[in-house]
Write a protein of this length. Structure first.
Length: 278
């Protein structure tokens, strides 16, 4: 019997015939052909998952592109804040970029829900953009503002901690069930807002105290304490909402510090109340 190298048949995808393979009967030839072709047929054809689920009309594509443009704008503004900080510009310019990042970050989610173009791709893009803007740009801006005022190892450690906690916070948010009333831990957008406003106000506090606040803010992001969402805060009694405004008119630095401290403390208080009523 003539032995035919099956590997060669597989590579060349040759179609054997009795004339091409003398000495073999038709049944043997068919068996060789099946062995050569079958593995190729078993390989699944790769497919591409559409970025936009559902009906793919031009109108929906345009809306989807607009939402992603907002996400990319937030990311690019975060990169701009980093470039400004490392090139010696006034840190307040970087802080303004961070506030613009926060605006676009809120806009992309709102538009995605309004237009009905929310998608898993958009969720991942949003997280990547948040990591650049709030997990990297925000601590870089803080580093630029405090550089030379605080011991270098202490400042680097505090800023690196913000980046690490932001990454954990964003990853946990993507895989956790959502609560319409509370955040689990301080959101990265809130942390970046506090850091940006702190730089803009130029708080006249001891630098070591500011670094301590940065560290506490980082740990608050990865805590399990419930923090009220802005929509819930805005439902408070108007008198309570007027207190911070009046305080800001008297002394904006003290008022800002008290607002941040109140928000940070509200998490453990809500957690204790939930444990008591459970």
């Amino acid at each position: 019997m003539l032995l035919v190298p099956v590997g060669r048949l597989r590579r060349n995808h040759a179609v054997a015939t009795p004339n091409a393979l003398p000495g073999l009967d038709p049944s043997e030839i068919r068996a060789i052909e099946a062995a050569a072709v079958a593995p190729e047929a078993d390989v699944a054809t790769p497919s591409t998952i559409p970025l936009l689920p559902g009906e793919r009309t031009n109108a929906r594509r345009l809306k989807f592109a607009l939402v992603q443009a907002c996400t990319l704008s937030s990311l690019l503004l975060g990169m701009t804040a980093i470039f400004l900080a490392i090139n010696g510009f006034d840190p307040r310019w970087g802080a303004l970029c961070l506030l613009a990042c926060i605006t676009f970050d809120g806009l992309d989610g709102a538009l995605a829900r309004k237009f009905g173009v929310a998608s898993p791709f958009g969720v991942q893009m949003d997280s990547l953009g948040d990591m650049v803007s709030f997990g990297v740009a925000a601590p870089v801006v803080i580093y630029s503002a405090l550089n030379g005022k605080v011991a270098m190892p202490l400042l680097i450690g505090a800023c690196a901690l913000v980046a690490a906690c932001a990454a954990v916070r964003l990853a946990r948010f993507n895989v956790s069930p959502k609560d319409g009333r509370f955040f689990c831990g301080v959101p990265t957008t809130m942390a970046a807002t506090v850091l940006a406003i702190s730089v803009l106000l130029g708080l006249n506090l001891p630098p070591a105290m500011i670094v301590t606040g940065v560290v506490l803010l980082a740990f608050a992001m990865v805590s399990s304490f419930p923090y009220a969402k802005l929509a819930k805060v805005m439902k408070l009694h108007p008198i309570l909402l007027a207190v911070p405004v009046l305080g800001a008119l008297a002394n904006h630095e003290i008022a800002f510090g008290l607002i941040v401290l109140t928000y940070l403390v509200s998490g453990p208080i809500l957690w204790a109340r939930q444990r008591r009523t459970a």
